[in-house]
Write a protein that binds this ligand. Structure first.
Ligand code: MN
Length: 130
């Protein structure tokens, strides 16, 4: 079964690179360029994991992580932050928002895949019937 990853990244080139890499690694990919698109994509079809750029232009990408953690039906979804500022205060903000892990920019794709596999391997709760 293919796992479905939502890539949230405002930079078009970075977004395409991430999506291309994930597709090459046999993931199904959806993408969003801002908070509104991310919320809509997650509600429309919850992904198996979210790759989340922390800085979405002037929006705080971490809002997506905190929002996911507040939704009982979605709160189990792994969220991996991608950040250009991997210093300690930023790491704290990332984990406080509910992200499972982070990967520094520029993205090391091998590391990214390792993190994805690690968090996707966790047993997810059985979904309630609609
Ligand atoms: Mn960005």
């Amino acid at each position: 079964m293919m796992r479905r990853i939502l890539v949230v990244e405002d930079n078009e080139l970075s977004r395409e690179l991430l999506c291309d890499w994930l597709e090459a690694e046999s993931y199904q990919v959806a993408s969003a360029a801002n908070l509104q698109q991310a919320f809509a994509a997650i509600q429309e079809r919850p992904p198996d994991a979210v790759l989340l750029d922390v800085q979405l232009g002037n929006q705080d990408g971490l809002s997506v992580a905190s929002w996911i953690r507040q939704q009982p039906a979605l709160s189990h979804i792994p969220v991996i932050a991608v950040t250009a500022h991997a210093m300690l205060t930023e790491q704290e903000r990332i984990f406080q928002a509910g992200c499972n892990a982070y990967v520094p920019k520029p993205v090391d794709f091998k590391l990214l895949t390792e993190q994805l596999e690690r968090w996707l391997a966790l047993p997810s709760p059985s979904h309630s019937k609609e």
